[in-house]
Design a protein around this ligand. Structure first.
Ligand code: ZN
Length: 181
């Protein structure tokens, strides 16, 4: 079947930067719900729309169509004591930008650790980069009603619900560990 709104698409991919340095070899294929649900980059959906399993292509996506330009204002320095231990560079937390409201919660990556301070970067790790995707569609299937209602894929490589969903962090808990795929 062809890729269209409300199909679940399995894509093997390899991600490089514009200089062809490998960023991700996509050992696990990407499985997403097609049709503007923001499960993947809009440029990828645009490229794959109407295609069949077996379709392969390479596309380059500029930063403005991927994860945006790098914004130095999204760096912040936090007291180390406010973050959980053990702490490692590359760990990611959900938090608020300087002066932000609850609705502005975003993902911060630990980029520097000092004795008592930590540098957190709110930019997406791929911000400011042109991305080159080698894509190969390996499967297309209709989405279930439940998947459409949830706006994401269930099952293998998809979204897993656990029983704790809904317990939003406690008062004063500004940094919750957040799984990133
Ligand atoms: Zn769901």
């Amino acid at each position: 079947m062809k890729i269209a709104k409300n199909t679940v698409v399995t894509v093997e991919y390899k991600l490089s930067d514009a200089q062809n340095n490998l960023i991700e070899d996509g050992r696990q294929p990407m499985v997403y719900l097609h049709g503007g649900y923001e499960n993947t980059l809009p440029k990828i959906e645009e490229e794959l729309d109407g295609k069949d399993a077996g379709y392969a292509t390479t596309i380059q996506i500029e930063p403005e169509d991927a994860f945006g330009d790098y914004d130095p204002n999204l760096l912040k320095v936090e007291e180390r004591a406010r973050l959980p231990e053990p702490l490692e560079i590359g760990m990611q937390f959900e938090g608020l930008p300087e002066g932000g409201e609850d609705d502005d919660a975003m993902i911060f990556t630990v980029t520097e650790i000092a004795e008592d301070k930590v540098v957190l970067d709110g930019n997406h790790p791929l911000a400011g980069m042109a991305l080159r995707f080698e894509l190969k569609v390996v499967d297309v299937r209709p989405a279930t009603e439940e998947e459409i209602a949830h706006e994401h894929v269930h099952g293998a490589h998809g979204h897993h619900h656990d029983d704790e969903e809904g317990d939003e962090g406690e008062e004063g808990d500004h940094f919750r560990s957040h799984p990133i795929h």
